[in-house]
Design a binder for this molecule. Sequence first.
Ligand code: EPZ
Length: 419
Amino acid sequence: MQKLVIKGGNALWGEILLRGAKNSALPILAASLLCSGETVLENCPRLTDVFAALRILTHTGCRCSFEEHTVTIHAENIVRSEIPEQLMQEMRSSIVFLGALLGRTGACQVYYPGGCELGPRPIDMHLDALSKMGVCIQRHEGRLDCTAPCGLKGARIHLRFPSVGATENIMLAAVLAKGETVLCNAAREPEICDLAEFLRRSGACISGDGESTIRIKGVKKLGGCAYRVMPDRIAGLTYLCAAAATGGTIRLRGTNGTEMENVLPVLEQSGCRVDRAEDSVYLHAPKRLKSCFRLKTMPHPGFPTDIQPVIMAAMTTAEGTSVFEENIFENRYRHVDGLVQMGADICVSGRTAVVSGVKELYGAHAAATDLRSGAALVVAGLCAAGTTEVRQICHIDRGYEKIEEVLKGAGADIARVQQ
Ligand code: EPZ
């Protein structure tokens, strides 16, 4: 077991290189299952969730290699269409292998996925949509046996909520299905567009991604391609928030900030100077941030739920009161206990959290309870007086590649130690 030990108080400065997005790489890795040729995925982050996806691909018969930040996959010979429970439980994104395996083989057996505990995370929309596409689903003690006796067929599907995972699963199932799929109220996150672009370059016929209605005309075959994963907007924003909270100045390389457009204005409103260039985002923070008034998490292009914990950590020492409203997950304030332990003044009532800025946080011992709650504790630790220890960092490693090295490179006093 490892933990992060942070001596707070250093303002971040210098450059940080942003890697590819976890939430884009994972569905694209699942999509590589649909391709009969070679897939080469560049800018792929080296994260535990990515390694879990590669274990699933290897289990089904794909040949995978991972050199530096490039993954190569050969999926000519798929020999298994079942995924064992243990592999499914390793992460939430394992569920997108359902659509991909069905698209490729017309049948699969999977289990309910694991992943961050953010409240109930049903997959009813995924399953309802697949049923409309001709899939028979039988449930046996947590296992889902899925078959498409007459093959997958295009359908008109309306999601009651623009679920990211359901949108991805439907796209993956539809690209090789017979006929056209029209998906209404689809998720519009940038990672959906990245998946669609990968599929198009591999031979799929998709339009409307990034809008509410996505149209997918089934094709006979996908070839595979070389593709560069988009920058990780949530990791990038985490590093910008860390710089903002510590009164620092950093240049984030590997992005021009397009995928962060809906959040950068919040940092500007809290007093930071933000400049975007062709290949970087520059942030210069004031000594003390101003509160960000009211933030409501919403599906894209609204304010992303994934950055709410991290911005909240930055707002704990801002001047004034910030109000957060979490509208995506029922249980996404799990970082609050840790922040309060560090001296933050936060009051939660239902989906609302009111943060009254304090002058200073102090170091504490806290545990990451999910990926972004862990990132929030790290950001708070960077600006707290004294030493903070963050345990259960396996959660953080799911979404941030060597977070301690990235932050140390920008002047933070942080180390990973064995417990
Ligand atoms: C994706 O999760 C992301 N994960 C999450 O990132 C992110 O927080 C979330 O989208 C929202 O943006 C990946 O991309 C791997 P949803 P996903 O389906 O697909 C309800 C991170 O920190 N719902 O859009 O699981 C659900 O309960 C993570 O990187 C149903 O009711 O999210 C939730 O309230 C965590 N039935 C809401 O929709 C369904 O069938 C949004 O979930 C599906 C979802």
